[in-house]
Design a protein around this ligand. Sequence first.
Ligand SMILES: Cc1cc2nc3c(=O)[nH]c(=O)nc-3n(C[C@H](O)[C@H](O)[C@H](O)COP(=O)(O)O)c2cc1C
Length: 308
Amino acid sequence: MWTSSKKPILALAPMADFTDAPFCRVCREVSGKDFVIFREMVSAEAIVRDSEKTLKMCGFDKIERPIVIQLFGGDPEIIREAAEIVVKKFKPDGIDINMGCPVPKITKKGQAGASLLKDQDRAVEIVKALKSANLGVPVSVKTRLGWANDDEILEFAPKLEKAGADLITIHGRTKKQGYSGQANWDRIAEVKKLVNIPVIANGDIRSQEDIDKCIDITGADGVMIGRGALGNPRILGGSELLLKEKVKVVLRHANLHMEHYGDEHGLKTFRKHLLFYFKGFPGVKELRQELVKVESIADLERVLTKLQ
Ligand SMILES: Cc1cc2nc3c(=O)[nH]c(=O)nc-3n(C[C@H](O)[C@H](O)[C@H](O)COP(=O)(O)O)c2cc1C
């Protein structure tokens, strides 16, 4: 069970449009075995509807294990059904429920993502429904400190534990904060003292030093890294890529991206990664214009030779 693996647990955060199969595979290849991958969220409703695109988002290569598939949705029965389908079809190492996403597309019906912080009874029903399915893998929850106030989690986390959640990951911000301000690790420390299930701390961890500091402050069972891994997939292995290595990794990632998404959009959907890979590099300002125009691997190779 990934939830009881060696402490501190290290996790790659789920990030929509980023932690897809190609990126997760690159993270595993350059950072080794000692972390768990959380794939980008997928819609429980779309899984149940048998959406080909959504099901494809759940596929993974065995090298990615341990891997957790994160579902979002608001209907306990649909989430249960979706989890059963995903577990049967893909056999991931865990199912996670998104209870923290602040994006209006997810929260507008008032039932999914961060909305579940406001409708705690529904959140409890979701966890109970999943546990009643006896999936054979841990059921975890990823959430925030609250919707409006950062002490809401003190009431919410024990309820999730009581409902049967096997682990909680907490992003140390409220929904209202979005991504502003600083993640409040002290509040996560309070939650850790309140519950007996493992707690993973998340928010603003960008280096090995941050990992150590966050574990020290929170006493958490692990840490999860999101934005710090964008353009820096080695961070989960505790270091950064040198420029020469980075160029190789970018090409590997680009090739996997092309294989996965096909040639239809070329590398258009890869450009966002390129901007992260070369953020802050000397001379990259001038290259930015070219990086955001690459269409093919040949284009990319041509631009990359200018960096070396
Ligand atoms: C582009 C992007 C997409 C995200 N998508 C998801 C998601 O699908 N599910 C989720 O639970 N959190 C999502 N998050 C939140 C992250 O998992 C994480 O909680 C947040 O970025 C804070 O951690 P960090 O400071 O290490 O980035 C996303 C964040 C970003 C920046």
